[in-house]
Design a protein around this ligand. Structure first.
Ligand SMILES: *[C@@H]1O[C@H](CO)[C@@H](O)[C@H](O)[C@H]1NC(C)=O
Ligand SMILES: *[C@@H]1O[C@H](CO)[C@@H](O)[C@H](O)[C@H]1NC(C)=O
Ligand SMILES: *[C@@H]1O[C@H](CO)[C@@H](O)[C@H](O)[C@H]1NC(C)=O
Ligand SMILES: *[C@@H]1O[C@H](CO)[C@@H](O)[C@H](O)[C@H]1NC(C)=O
Length: 416
């Protein structure tokens, strides 16, 4: 079933049609995997060599030291935590990625551009987290990714288990509290969950910086919202995307997409860029098309279907609450028919909000609701560029001047 959605995306990006015309020996019922295999043969060597590198290799290639740590969560998941180590006793910062993504978020745009490298240059000890289920965190002490149970999680579990395990590990290595947590999109959501459910851990974070904060999603303007009513139907989403894992990054088809991404002309790059813009908000000015092959090579990284369902439920309900299992199971798990709301007012960690006007996923109205409930906001920064969109936080040409300078200012301020 999964290839259906993939095919849709491919054809959106103008890639599938190119391939079909070049590979006449493909019959009507060939699976996409077969198409993929043929394409590997067609593929020439013009690709960006970085498309095949992982986070660790890309950090090293950029000329920085790199480490990978394995972190065990209380519920048995094994997460890979990447690090660009700083000098002894340098303040630590944890950068946590967005939905369907990984630690690559923070380095993909390269030296002098990517936040991970910029913070390393500033003398910070930089840690790049990976949430359960993504390319780097697909292991568990007794479950395998082929078990349904492995995928029984949403951003709740990322907040309740992944972030605490990650933060405790960093603290045990560095023997100091975590100086700053920078969350982007879904990793602001999971941080809020942690701050509410595990306040004893959140207390050890000196400041939390929310990039494109996502708690309430009822006012989302991205066309994605039109999928919410459909996709909150478990049957539908399961049919299109698989019941457990949502689009695995290591599926061969995505690599093909990436390889083709290397060779696609500017016209197709624009089409592909436009698909991304439709979801995130239009901003041609800030999008670096040269990065597209690299972006396609590393996204999407896997997550559970339930994570998507959880967001869909909230887009529909307008609430920020635990996962809705349906009345019967809710009664068993929450002792109530409806899932409990998260109490954002109970968060005590100092939080800085950084958001953009043209962000269709983290919209002004929804952020207003969040702001109204948070009680310890230490900075409130609107990116001074009217077209700045959701993905610009990671990839925009001017992200360093428009956003990262502000992050550094907040972090320096907190030292005192
Ligand atoms: C269509 O797919 C089936 C099942 O994979 C296969 O057995 C059959 O040979 C295919 N038909 C053609 C024409 O390729
Ligand atoms: C949209 O935002 C407004 C203002 O912040 C809020 O009152 C309203 O409940 C939101 N709508 C939904 C559907 O969440
Ligand atoms: C949420 O937390 C705040 C602060 O701890 C508390 O005053 C308030 O009663 C809580 N609200 C609910 C609905 O539990
Ligand atoms: C676009 O990305 C490429 C590849 O990383 C980089 O070399 C280039 O400097 C970037 N351009 C801008 C304007 O950021």
């Amino acid at each position: 079933m999964r290839p259906t959605a993939t095919a849709l995306f491919l054809s959106f990006c103008g890639l599938l049609s190119v391939e079909s015309s070049e590979t006449s020996d493909i019959s009507e019922n060939s699976s996409l995997i077969n198409i993929a295999q043929i394409n590997i043969k067609l593929n020439n060597a013009k690709c960006d060599p970085d498309a095949n590198l992982n986070t660790l290799q890309m950090i090293k290639k950029a000329g920085y030291p790199a480490e990978a740590h394995i972190v065990l969560t209380e519920d048995g998941y094994l997460l890979t935590l990447h690090r660009i180590p700083g000098r002894k006793n340098s303040p630590s910062v944890l950068l946590q990625h967005g939905l369907l993504s990984s630690s690559i978020d923070w380095i993909v745009s390269g030296r002098d551009k990517a936040l991970g490298f910029i913070l390393a240059d500033q003398g910070y000890d930089v840690w790049l987290g990976n949430s359960r289920g993504n390319t780097y965190s697909r292991a568990h002490i007794f479950l395998s990714p082929s078990d349904s149970k492995f995928w029984d999680f949403s951003f709740d579990e990322m907040g309740i288990y992944d972030l605490p395990a990650t933060i405790l590990h960093i603290m045990s290595v560095t023997s100091q509290p975590l100086h700053t947590y920078v969350g982007y999109s879904m990793s602001t959501t999971s941080f809020y969950v942690m701050a509410i459910k595990r306040p004893e851990i959140a207390k050890m974070v000196k400041v939390m910086i929310s990039l494109a904060p996502v708690a309430f999603t009822g006012n989302m303007t991205s066309p994605l919202r039109f999928f919410a009513p459909i996709t909150s139907s478990i049957a539908m989403i399961t049919r299109f995307f698989g019941a457990d894992e949502f689009i695995p990054q290591n599926s061969v088809i995505w690599h093909i997409l990436a390889r083709y991404g290397c060779n696609i002309d500017l016209f197709r790059k624009e089409i592909c860029g436009n698909i991304i813009f439709t979801i995130a908000g239009f901003d041609k000015e800030q999008f670096n098309y040269t990065l597209l092959p690299l972006i396609l090579a590393h996204y999407p990284s896997g997550t559970s279907t339930r994570t998507l369902l959880h967001f869909s439920q909230e887009i529909k309900s307008g609430k920020f609450c635990a996962y809705d299992f349906g009345e019967n199971k809710n009664l068993r798990i929450y002792n109530a028919k409806l899932p409990p709301d998260y109490n954002l007012s109970s968060i005590t960690v100092p939080i800085a909000l950084i958001y953009a006007d043209n962000d269709q996923l983290a919209t002004k109205k929804d952020i207003n609701r969040l702001r109204g409930l948070l009680t310890n906001i230490v900075d409130d920064y609107r990116v001074p560029h009217p077209k700045f969109n959701h993905i610009d936080f990671l990839w925009a040409k001017d992200a360093p001047t428009l956003v990262y300078n502000k992050i550094i200012e907040i972090m320096k301020r907190k030292v005192n």
